[in-house]
Design a protein around this ligand. Sequence first.
Ligand code: UD1
Length: 374
Amino acid sequence: MSDAAPALVLVAGARPNFMKIAPLVRALRAAGDPFRRVLVHTGQHYDAGMSAVFFEELGIPEPDVHLGVGSGGHGAQTGRVMEAVEARLLAMDPAPAGVVVVGDVNSTMAAALAAVKLGVPVAHVEAGLRSFDRTMPEEINRIVTDAVADLLYVTERSGEENLLREGADPAKVRLVGDVMIDTLIHELPAARAAGDPARHGLSPGGYGVVTLHRPSNVDGEERLRAVVEFLRRASGRLPLLFPVHPRTGERLERFGLRERLAEGGGVRLLPPLGYRENLGLVASAKVVITDSGGLQEETSFLRVPCITMRDTTERPITVERGTSTLVGSDHARAEGLLDAVMAGSYKAGGEIPGWDGRAAGRIVEDLVREWGGP
Ligand code: UD1
């Protein structure tokens, strides 16, 4: 990396960002570091288990800048990221060639807004995804980020269609594939060792994995109580491993549901897991029950059945060609699908174009063409 190279700012903030940043850093290195990389961690997620473990496992270098914004309401968190990113960008002389943001968390949108207002171009990795559900904070983040970004890197065909329908300039839109699948492919061998179900006394195909953290599922007492009862019934068919997100853990405690969920031992509550252990456990699972966006993609790639407790998905390809089925809060439907999984008649899923482990390489080539200087 030469000092004369133009600077490229990469922004990461929350857990689902880290596996998207890692392959970009690797691809930049593989290309001989055509940019002076400046990695910014906003600090939206800060617990070691939600952040540091991902940097270590995924070989992401220490952030050059740590903004330490922490938790807060949407306004406070977004505002703090904007203020801090703006200050960093203003302090850079010469100004960076561009800012790369990934995913759809508050940090993504806030950094994009701060950059574009200073006239610094923005690239959005994972652009164009739409759940069409504006009650999801992530949907607002996606729409706003895409509206201001200069380069829109898309993971699946629906993303391209959504952007064009919204009037995006077609010249900005590039279907490049999925950087999260890059990470999955890179890490899978190590993940199988780190996430060996034998460590939990389980065998491959003999258990399910649960992750739930969306406000729509966990923030309201009635809904969370119904989810807890559903999981208890489901665990009658096969043991369930449930790494608990801090938001969910806090709600389970607040509503007095943690003991009820753990009672009987069918649902085993675990702390948040590192990337590899989680991926290894998912890869050998009989079924995944989740409301995560990323897990719908990971299970589709791995051909593991995925019962998605959401009404909508911003990743429709995982339903059309992958292994995800949306059940919302219809627990009877979820139980029917579990029957199909146990009977071996659940849909198998197929290959998804562009999910080939080389998306980050395509993005870096494009960034060099666009922002690499003369
Ligand atoms: C955020 C993202 C969501 C993503 C999820 C993955 C937004 C709007 N949401 O949701 O899209 O799927 O991350 O994890 O950006 N907390 C801790 N330790 C931490 C971080 C958070 O205990 O390291 C607790 C705090 O009580 C905090 C709460 O979790 O208030 C929620 O954190 P926040 O980043 O606001 O949202 P997530 O629910 O994690």
